[in-house]
Write a protein that binds this ligand. Structure first.
Ligand code: 7TS
Length: 415
């Protein structure tokens, strides 16, 4: 039983998340799949509803009341998100669909323009596929060499190899701030500095970091930062790319068409200012507006407190999980990771684990979590993963453990 104190008042917070208040298969829902996508509070749902109900109109277009209002709220949301990560200005914050699109934007726009044979792109073995496949492809197309920093068996990057891997040939170092599988929180500032020392740019995948900790892109000094709204209480289909203004300015457009232009003639076109240069076509207006409300919500609670809360939860969850016979957890100790843990149980396939947990109302993800190289490293095809967020409780970690003990019984592993 949990005896400590929780940094957050979960009872109050959960009132904003009615979706959590339901039964699944006759048990209270225990939602531990937050790394895949979070739930959204009423405030976010309301903001989206208000837009459609009261002032729906396209942005940056007609000079009429509704369009002016939607444009204003849409751009205010950008300001909120830009401030949330401490960008210097709104011009450095581009709306995309998700982290995947943000990374592809950099790969196609910056990569196709700047990479050539002899250049190197460095990634890491703990990346989500979204930060691997674009670089594999762009390296194939440009003739640049693709390299990676391996991880060790504790789920840390092999920092001892960094000096050899980062050279004057390296043009870009793309790495995650926090792993979605081993959970490791990487030393971002140190990695960015190492990239800059050899003249490379640093792209940070923030999909698993932005929802869970205070982000300061100026302090990190990263050149790009990609993150997704749907993992941080926002709607699906809205994501973000932060980039330093002078770098974004020098990059060619990614997608082209309406909105991203200044002037178009029948045989030529010029580009709009930042950030709109990278925002072709009608954007996800409702998504951006919902995200403004999500950022307000997160900031009201406080990112430091959210991080502290998850630290308490993951420490407790890992202690409890270690009581389950045959269970192996992958990655570093609780203090060095975000609020998620991937594990296997000897004799149980991760998919069987997930379906039995579901029978007890516990939602986890099973599979390779789009991080197959991490699983290759440990020589396993899949894991089950429990990922916590601000509305989770230690009692939910208990429910997870109890359901796992039931799974062992069902598969007669205790006989
Ligand atoms: N980078 C990391 C570290 C991620 O965890 C994810 C999504 C992405 C990038 C891609 O984000 P998207 O919003 O573009 O899809 N991770 C997961 C996950 O762990 N389970 O489902 C999605």
């Amino acid at each position: 039983m949990f005896k400590g104190e929780l940094p957050l008042n979960v009872e109050e917070i959960r009132k904003d998340f009615p979706v959590l208040d339901q039964e699944v298969n006759g048990h209270p829902l225990v939602y531990l799949d937050n790394a895949a996508t979070s739930q959204r509070p009423l405030q976010v749902v309301q903001a989206v509803e208000d837009f459609y109900e009261k002032y729906n109109a396209n942005v940056h277009r007609g000079i009429h009341k509704l369009s002016e209002e939607s444009s204003e709220v849409y751009e205010n949301a950008r300001t909120k998100v830009a401030k949330f990560i401490n960008a210097r200005s709104d011009r450095e914050l581009i709306y995309t669909r998700n982290s995947t699109e943000s990374i592809n934007l950099v790969a196609y726009s910056w990569g196709m323009e700047n990479l050539k044979p002899g250049d190197e792109v460095l990634v890491t073995e703990m990346e989500h596929h979204a930060n691997l496949v674009p670089w594999q492809l762009i390296c194939q197309r440009t003739g640049a060499t693709y390299k990676y920093v391996p991880i060790d068996d504790t789920g840390h990057l092999r920092m001892d190899l960094l000096d050899d891997l980062l050279t004057e040939k390296t043009k870009l170092f793309a790495f995650t701030a926090a792993s979605n599988t081993v959970g490791t929180i990487n030393p971002v500032k140190e990695l960015v500095k190492a990239a800059h020392e050899v003249g490379a740019l640093a792209l940070v995948d923030g999909a698993q970091a932005a929802p869970h900790m205070k982000i300061d892109v100026q302090d990190w000094d990263c050149d790009f930062f990609a993150f997704s709204g749907h993992k941080m209480l926002g709607p699906t289909g809205i994501g973000f790319l932060y980039g330093k203004e002078e770098i974004l300015d020098a990059m060619p457009p990614f997608l082209t068409g309406g909105d991203m232009i200044r002037e178009v003639h029948i045989d030529s076109a010029t580009w709009n200012d930042l950030p709109w240069k990278f925002e072709a076509g009608t954007p996800n207006i409702a998504g951006a507006i919902g995200m403004g409300a999500a950022v307000d919500y997160l900031q009201k609670i406080g990112m430091d407190r959210i991080h502290a809360h998850e630290q308490v939860l993951i420490k407790y969850a890992m202690e409890r999980l270690s009581e389950v016979p045959g269970l192996t957890m992958y990655g570093p100790p609780a203090e060095e990771r975000g609020g998620l843990v991937a594990f296997t149980v000897e004799g149980l396939h991760p998919h069987d684990i997930a379906s039995i947990l579901d029978a007890y109302g516990v939602a986890v993800r099973a599979g390779h979590h789009c991080a197959q190289p991490v699983h290759d490293h440990f020589g396993i095809p899949a894991t089950a993963r429990a990922s916590f967020y601000l509305y989770n409780t230690p009692e939910e970690a208990d429910a997870l453990v109890n359901a796992l003990l039931e799974a062992r019984k069902i598969f007669r592993l205790d006989e």
